[in-house]
Design a protein around this ligand. Structure first.
Ligand code: UFG
Length: 328
């Protein structure tokens, strides 16, 4: 298939590009490079620098390229920033997706795989979270992802655009050859921040909050390796290619790790004492987020293959090889 990847220079997008090329797809990338890195995009992909909100630009790309399917990663994705600057999120994420769907309808492109989030669920008491759980986002980021999913539902009804929305839990790790990995600026995610300690970039890790309603008082998250996550996107593309209906799937591992368990696992992987301090709670953090992936397993035939040690190991290899990320 000729696949158009929106946000293909970002952390997740660039891993999709690499694996899609390996599976013999043709790949066209759009990225505005505001947070993405051109160096992360495999050379065999055709690259367009531009913004999904720019209708003329989007028309030009769709006119030039014969697109079979879209994979949509282009979005602002920081929960904290979304609370401070919600309209930026509605503009980039929601308006951006309006332009994407309009352009797809105009050029008769009928398949889209969409990068959604566990943030669409909000807070829940009972784990694991299935796709049947109510979606009550607690921040603008999650709200925009939910609105984007809903827009796709109505675009299916009106224009026959079929979508698969993939609700990611906590994505981490790097490609198995350590050539590409996570390089967010600023970095806010636990695993890359923990690894900055053995890299010599910070003295200690601060764990935000130790009075959550969990077995050791720190938040619990469900981590998924980037290559497992991408495998689900490729399976979702085949699912759409086979003419199946629009649907939504969780991507997680059904296993939760507390923040303290992550630090412990990172100590084992890096063989570093990894000094740790306890800090204040970070506003908006739910106690526990663990996904059920039974639906993705039953319908897409997908299962995660990497455990937490493998996830941290692959991230560690990437950061050791690229201590300054893509800056070198
Ligand atoms: N944490 C620390 N110290 C740090 C950084 C993070 O203790 O320096 C903690 C957080 O407070 C949280 C846990 O580590 O308890 C995980 O935090 P991350 O920022 O790595 O991930 P989140 O669970 O907050 O965010 C993820 C995705 C978001 C998505 C969200 C859904 O990265 O895109 O899940 O709730 F929106």
């Amino acid at each position: 298939m000729n696949v158009l990847v929106l946000g293909g220079a970002g952390y997740i997008g660039s891993h999709f590009v690499k694996q899609a090329l390996k599976q013999s797809h043709d790949v066209v990338v759009i990225d505005n490079l505001l947070t993405g890195h051109k160096q992360a995009v495999a050379k065999q992909a055709k690259f367009y620098q531009g913004d999904i909100r720019d209708k003329n630009f989007m028309n030009r790309v769709f006119q030039t390229e014969n697109i079979d399917a879209v994979v949509h990663f282009a979005a602002s994705s920081l929960v904290g920033e979304s609370i401070k600057d919600p309209l930026k999120y509605f503009d980039n994420n929601v308006y951006g997706t309006i332009v994407v769907l309009e352009t797809m309808a105009k050029y008769n492109v009928k398949k889209i795989v969409f990068s959604s989030s566990a943030a669409t669920y909000g807070k829940h008491e009972t784990m694991p979270i299935t796709e049947e759980y109510p979606t009550i986002p607690t921040n603008p980021y999650g709200e925009t992802k939910l609105m984007m999913e809903q827009m796709m539902k109505w675009a299916d009804l009106a224009h026959g655009i079929k979508h698969v929305s993939l609700r990611y839990f906590n994505v981490a790790g790097a490609s198995s050859d350590a050539s590409i990995g996570e390089d967010h600026r600023p970095e806010t995610h636990l695993i890359p921040i923990v690894l900055q300690v053995p890299l010599g970039k910070r003295d200690h890790i601060t764990i935000f909050g130790d009075d959550y309603n969990t077995f050791d008082g720190t938040c619990i998250r469900d981590y998924i390796h980037i290559e497992d996550l991408i495998d689900a996107h490729l399976k979702a593309l085949s699912y759409l290619e086979q003419g199946n209906d629009s649907d939504v799937f969780n991507l997680g591992s059904e296993t939760g790790y507390s923040n303290l368990q992550i630090v412990k696992a990172a100590r084992e992987v890096t063989n570093h004492p990894l000094p740790m301090e306890k800090g204040e709670r970070r506003p908006g953090d739910p106690d526990k987020l663990v996904a059920s992936y039974q639906k993705a397993k039953a319908v897409l035939g997908w299962e995660p293959k990497h455990n937490i040690s493998k996830i941290i190991e692959s991230a560690w290899k990437f950061h050791q090889k690229h201590p300054h990320g893509y800056e070198e």
